[in-house]
Design a protein. Structure first.
Length: 124
């Protein structure tokens, strides 16, 4: 698999994972309050975002399995966790969440780790 194809695959994986996490947020908001009774379960079952989340998980699994078949496992595993950064940014920009200094440092550490693993894998 060409390097550009793998990069596009990882970008697709991050996009799908981000969609799934945002879908969880929206599904949760749309099914509140959590009462753990039959009416709540019916609300969850009828929530379109729940279906989107389930389909997204399936798509993410298939995408990841295809990528690790062709990509080195170290960078592949690290890159698959980039959704932590994208979801954090999405939540700040769209949902108005605040970003603390430590969260920003953590996001920078994740991105740096992925870049270092990708660079060292490219040399070997």
């Amino acid at each position: 698999m060409k390097r550009s194809t793998m990069l596009m695959g990882f970008l697709l994986l991050v996009a799908i994972d981000t969609f799934v996490q945002v879908g969880f947020k929206l599904a949760g908001n749309n099914t509140l309050p959590v009462t753990l009774d039959l009416p709540w379960l019916e609300r969850v079952a009828r929530e379109p975002w729940v279906i989107g989340v389930l389909l997204g998980y399936g798509a993410a699994f298939l995408t990841y399995m295809t990528l690790i078949k062709h990509a080195p496992i170290g960078p592949a595993f690290a890159a698959s966790h980039m959704e932590i950064v994208t979801v954090t940014l999405f939540s700040v920009l769209v949902f108005g969440d605040t970003l603390t200094l430590w969260q920003a440092v953590g996001c920078c550490a994740i991105v740096t780790g992925v870049l270092v693993l990708a660079a060292t894998e490219a040399r070997s």
